[in-house]
Design a protein around this ligand. Sequence first.
Ligand SMILES: *Cc1c(COP(=O)(O)O)cnc(C)c1O
Length: 397
Amino acid sequence: MKKTDAPKGDSTRVVTAGRRKEWTQGIVNTPVWRASTILYDSVADLREAGGRDTHHRLFYGRKGTPTQWSLADALTELEPGAEGTFLYPSGVAAIAAALLSVLSPGDELLVPDSAYDPTRAMGMGLLKRMGITTRFYDPMIGAGIADLITDATRAILLESPGSLTFEVQDIPAIVTVAKARGITTLLDNTWATPLFFPAIAHGIDLTILACTKYIVGHSDVMMGSVTAAPGHFARLRDTSFQLGQIASPDDSWLASRGLRTMAIRLKQHQASALEIAHWLDQQPEVATVLHPALPSCPGHAHFLRDFKGSSGLFSFVLNGGGEADRARLIDGLEHFGIGYSWGGFESLALPVDPQRHRSVTRRADAGPLVRLQIGLEDPADLIADLAAGLARFADQQ
Ligand SMILES: *Cc1c(COP(=O)(O)O)cnc(C)c1O
């Protein structure tokens, strides 16, 4: 196969990315190269290996093998303009390494109030113990972020859309302010993936994925990645090596296998989730649908301006009711599992209570929230299931 520089569509890109012949040996999906020890022919050979940049050369298992390099390379290729990618054993590990590659004691970090809860916990726990201050901001702040910046502000974390409540941030406005002040921007891009939001091309310095979700796509592997803009990769890699972080070859092989179908999976997640979100929007039991592609979602205009598509995760607010009413709706669902995580082939429903995880913004929701991960089942079956659920919700209220 020849490789040309002609622009490619998303499906073509996820199929071809990272499949260098030296790593695949001609096998379609890069095989599992398991290793701790790598053997050398002589002392001279050993010394020579230790002295050179071991990136992408077999040296010791902790520095990776072609199985991990192939996946990391693929993720770099999916982010036009990126310098490199490092893999981690979970999305949270990726967030920790990215932040620690940037922050030092005395520094200040800004985090959106809608951030993934373990990210918030990291700011209040680990980072605080390291002498780093985390301040939370309204995810809809946009260029107003300039007012929160002090001489100590070193990094701004973004997560768009927000966890649980799906606020779409004004990423270009925040990036412009950050660049003018020499502040590093990090984006948790798990929801959109590089296919729907190429983060590096939008000026983000470090873009983070919980690969556990759409890259793996089958709810059977934990993994994270950070992809760096030029000038940010060396520090990320050094910090990650010093932390001893590594994703296993077996998990990387599964993640590579998942990646090859990601574009077509996302297309279906998008279509089914949109159909269901629009249907929910018409139901009297539903007060608000929080889906970035619907006008009722905060930041919908930013979504239309910046994103190339929407994925399969969104929330809706029930019209009144309490904990027991919401539980009746969820407990009786046939096609939606009750459990954490998302991005797999199967649908999930989760009760979520965003106000518990906020400190600077207040929500005034009409009722409890339900978060849905729309899987690859037939949307008609999912709608029938939800219709019965809403009837149960309304029944005894
Ligand atoms: C799940 C998730 C993570 C963490 O990923 P894990 O692999 O579960 O550690 C980070 N950010 C977002 C937005 C997530 O949904």
